[in-house]
Design a protein around this ligand. Structure first.
Ligand code: BES
Ligand code: ZN
Ligand code: ZN
Length: 477
């Protein structure tokens, strides 16, 4: 359940409280009773990243001590993780309302702590008919001395956008077809305040989006191409920033069928890029950030149905380039290519694309970071890395050297949709590079988009990776 973040005068007015301190805090400054103070002092001694706990007469007090001696972004992540622990504690006790007070020296750590609590309160119970137990925590009262209302409001909105994105990923294909994805985004546009236009199959055919149509050939459900736009009257960018998201609502691998265990079984997540873009719009529009952004989401399922495209087919893409399709499972780049080409008409200042694109990216760095590469300036890359530290949605740059481009040359067409056995994340990036003519960054989120085990406040399954990263980037743009 999205947590209501409220501001209170005095945190002691509530039965359940969490206090955030750091290694320099004098416990005696907290105004806690002598007995508790002595006990807590003995407990902490010189420990950090520990939680002291008192339970009495149905009330609880948790004191969380984080280490703020390291680089700031590490402190912030420690605070978010501590927030996850506190969230789990309150929910395990079925607490409905709790309060937070912070005397941590870094004000950002306080916000990160609250963010960690808020992000951990996610539930996805739509398909449970039994054991439908929601998280109990509904309201967090934050002491006004610790954080101002504006900051709380921002966390709340960002969390709502994050949950929206996670739920899109968690929805199965039995609900979330390409058409339904477009509908969900249209409804979100009305709810949060951005405009949405959906192209149906006829329009996609008229536009000759050959990549998207080729992938869709084996499906009985039509493709969609969704355009999102947020254009405030006051904006920092002259030309739009375009966000592209891979919207493969299910990836069976097509005729190059995937095996089920640890393969096809998780492929409802293959619209994680689309979900990131939708979540970014939900956040930017709610926060009314002064940036003009356009979103492009090509969507279809990838199926081996009757007329499915076959390895060996040559596909004429929207850009006019001919692609020899040699693996039906390398479908993401086929649909992204048309979207990246479509983006040219906006003369964008910058294009960012998000895609659960390759198993190779996941194999290279696991679920802890996204792989990125692209042609944007060093300044943009640097700003993005800074945002990745601020949000701990970490990114690692891979090179787009010419030699990798050799690996996708085709004998009979312009390029082919697979490289060799090596450097799969990069050859996918090189493929996309053929369709861009503007500053561009490509994010391969195959690793972090969907987790098979819970990872703290990121949760289990859909993570909404990309949302917090790009919102931070746009805030500082
Ligand atoms: N959707 C997959 C990539 C993926 C793998 C996403 C694991 C999330 C978790 C993508 O369409 C794919 O199948 N890529 C192939 C490309 C190959 C055939 C060149 C891959 O990575 O194996
Ligand atoms: Zn695939
Ligand atoms: Zn895919």
């Amino acid at each position: 359940m999205p947590l209501l973040l409220s501001s209170c005068k005095d945190y002691t007015a509530f039965d359940h409280t969490a206090i955030l301190i750091d290694e320099k805090t004098k416990l005696s400054s907290l105004g806690i009773s002598k007995a508790v103070l002595d006990d807590a002092q003995r407990f902490f001694n010189d420990k950090v990243n520990h939680v002291y706990r008192q339970q009495y007469e149905g009330k609880t007090l948790s004191i969380v001590k984080i280490d703020s001696s390291k680089e700031e972004f590490k402190t912030l992540e420690a605070a978010r993780k501590a927030g996850f622990g506190i969230n789990r504690f309150f929910n395990s006790l079925k607490v409905n309302e709790a309060s937070v007070y912070s005397v941590a020296r870094k004000p950002k750590a306080t916000l990160a702590f609250i963010e960690g609590i808020a992000l951990s309160n996610y539930d996805f119970l739509k398909y449970k008919t039994k054991d439908k137990t929601e998280k109990s925590l509904a309201t967090l009262q934050v002491d006004a001395r610790s954080a101002d209302k504006k900051a709380l409001d921002e966390i709340q909105k960002l969390t709502e956008a994050n949950f929206f994105s996670r739920t899109l990923v968690n929805e199965p294909l039995s609900f979330l077809t390409a058409t339904q994805l477009s509908k969900e985004i249209s409804e979100a546009g009305k709810r949060y305040g951005f405009s949405v236009q959906v192209f149906d199959k006829k329009k996609i055919e008229a536009l000759k989006m050959g990549g998207l149509l080729a992938v869709n050939k084996g499906s009985v459900d039509p493709p969609t191409f969704t355009i999102l736009e947020y254009k405030p009257s006051r904006k920092k960018n002259k030309k739009p920033i375009v966000l592209v998201g891979k919207g493969v609502v299910y990836d069976t691998g097509g005729l190059s069928l995937k095996p089920t265990p640890n393969g096809m079984d998780m492929m409802k997540c293959d619209m994680g890029g689309a979900a990131a873009v939708a979540g970014i719009f939900a956040a930017v529009a709610q926060l009314k950030l002064p940036v003009h952004i356009v979103g492009l989401i090509p969507a279809t399922d990838n199926r081996p149905g009757m007329n499915a495209y076959v390895p060996g087919d040559v596909v004429e893409m929207m850009s006019g380039l001919n692609v020899e399709m040699l693996n039906a499972d390398a479908e993401g780049r086929m649909i992204l290519a048309d979207a990246l080409h479509y983006a040219k008409q906006y003369e964008p200042e910058l294009v960012l694309d998000f895609a659960t694109l390759t198993g190779a990216a996941k194999a290279a760095i696991g679920s802890k970071a996204a792989v990125y590469m692209g042609t944007a300036s060093d300044a943009v890359k640097k700003a993005m890395v800074r945002s990745s530290e601020n949000t701990y949605e970490r990114i690692v740059e891979f090179p787009l050297w010419d030699e990798y481009g050799e690996m996708i040359k085709s004998d009979i067409a312009d390029i082919k949709n697979i490289g060799g056995a090596e450097a799969g994340a990069i050859t996918a990036g090189k493929f996309l590079e053929h369709f861009v003519s503007y500053p561009w960054l490509h994010f391969d989120i195959a690793g972090p988009a969907y987790l098979m085990a819970e990872d703290g406040y990121r949760g289990k399954y859909g993570t909404a990776v990309g949302v917090r990263l790009v919102v931070d980037f746009l805030k500082n743009y």
